[in-house]
Design a protein around this ligand. Structure first.
Ligand SMILES: [Zn+2]
Length: 407
């Protein structure tokens, strides 16, 4: 694929044929806050620091006491569905393709009334729980589900647009020669993936778990060397048009400070995979995945990048490797922007493994990735230590930087 140096992925719109239109992109600070938390699966509302009032939709000042001291806090989303209706027409091209659409008004237990899409099991008078997800343009969207019974997130057409359950999807996992790659294959297969392409630089070479993979139904070994543009492009020509989910398992954390012996050579070698390899993958697979996700029905695709939590904040004991992952994470942010409106959700998974992968830890990462896909998340953090670092990073990155120096 050759694109102009200033071009971006072609988003769906009136000039792009039969592709499904995208909802409007968020444009206010409050909309971005709601979306950033929804990407982690959190519903947040504003609380007044002066009088304690809780409000929705977002305000600049408290309507009760006129204070401008407002704070965002996470809510459980519990409430009562006080009204429901079904929409049969809309002036929006995006919503017209989704009609009829069930929506309702929910009075949350904390006070405000919020509008939400309704699951099939939610009816007026029911106790419901409202969850936050992001739509294909990156807006926060709310979904209400009855509390009395569990409802599988993948059962309804509307819900399938917000999530990316692996059921009946085609999946590429970029490096299966690691325990994480192997665990990812098993997880996708156990949850109904139609076809899994298990990437490895040279399928003729033996690696741990290869025999297990080759005996799995619906799993094919695929030659994929991220250090080679031709290798990546060749596989993209073969399977890119049918791919729904790409899971990049090629990042691994190495110990070593900037000044340790061999750091230059190791950094150059790792950069070919972690930085340039990610660019090669995106260059080759992004466009066919966008076309697949935006051209057929209302389902979505997903691209998953697995990172060390030190991609967010450098730990000097693995300073060079963390720097490379920070670079890859920065690329991932750019990828999300390019996918906006296309129907391909970008999920970043952060973990706290320090380089020694084992099957138990790898299974935890695979389970968390599956959960993120099934809930339509854009950020997943795995492990107690990673969650602690992530929390501190969100609070104040400059303080965290100093804390990590001591570890
Ligand atoms: Zn107030």
């Amino acid at each position: 694929m050759v694109r102009d140096r200033n071009s971006r992925l072609k988003g769906p719109g009136p000039c792009s044929g039969s592709v499904t239109p995208a909802p409007p992109r968020p444009s206010s600070h409050a909309a971005f806050v709601l979306a950033a938390y929804a990407a982690e699966g959190s519903l947040v509302l504003q609380h007044c620091d002066e009088c304690g009032a809780v409000m929705y939709p977002p305000r600049e000042i408290c309507p009760a006491c006129l204070s401008d001291g407002l704070s965002w806090r996470a809510e459980n989303g519990d409430g009562v569905l006080i009204a429901e209706t079904t929409l049969y027409s809309s002036t929006s091209a995006y919503f017209r393709e989704r009609l009829p659409l069930r929506v309702g008004a929910i009075r949350l237990d904390v006070g405000p009334v919020i509008a939400a899409h309704l699951r099939m099991n939610a009816h007026a008078g029911d106790r419901v729980r409202v969850t936050a997800v992001t739509d294909r343009s990156g807006n926060a969207a709310f979904i209400a589900s009855a509390q009395r019974e569990r409802c599988d997130m993948g059962e309804e057409t509307l819900i399938e647009e917000f999530i990316c359950h692996p059921r009946n999807r085609n999946v590429l996992i970029t490096n299966v020669s690691t325990p994480t790659g192997l665990a990812m294959v098993k997880s996708m297969r156990d949850h109904g993936a139609r076809q899994i392409y298990a990437g490895c630089a040279d399928p003729s070479i033996e690696f741990a778990g290869k025999n297990v993979l080759t005996e799995m139904q619906g799993v094919s070994l695929a030659a994929l060397d991220l250090r080679s543009s031709s290798s990546v492009a060749t596989l993209a020509r073969q399977i890119g048009h049918e791919l729904d989910i790409l899971i990049n398992t090629s990042h691994s954390l190495r110990h070593g400070s900037i000044t340790c012996a061999g750091s230059y050579e190791a950094a150059r070698s790792d950069a070919e995979i972690e930085i340039f390899g990610l660019m090669r993958l995106f260059e080759a697979f992004a466009e066919p995945m966008r076309v697949k996700a935006s051209g057929v029905g209302l389902t979505s695709g997903a691209w998953v990048n697995i990172f060390s939590i030190y991609a967010l904040a450098n730990a000097p004991s693995c300073g060079v490797s963390a720097a490379l992952q920070a670079g890859a994470f920065s690329l991932s942010q750019s990828m999300r922007a390019e996918f906006a409106g296309c129907g391909v959700k970008l999920l970043n998974v952060f973990h706290d493994n320090d380089g020694a992968e084992d099957s138990r830890w790898s299974s935890a990462v695979a389970a968390a990735t599956l959960d993120g896909l099934c809930r339509g998340l854009e950020t997943v953090v795995v492990g107690v230590r990673a969650r602690d670092i992530y929390k501190r990073w969100r609070e104040d990155p400059s303080v965290l930087e100093r804390e990590l120096v001591e570890q």
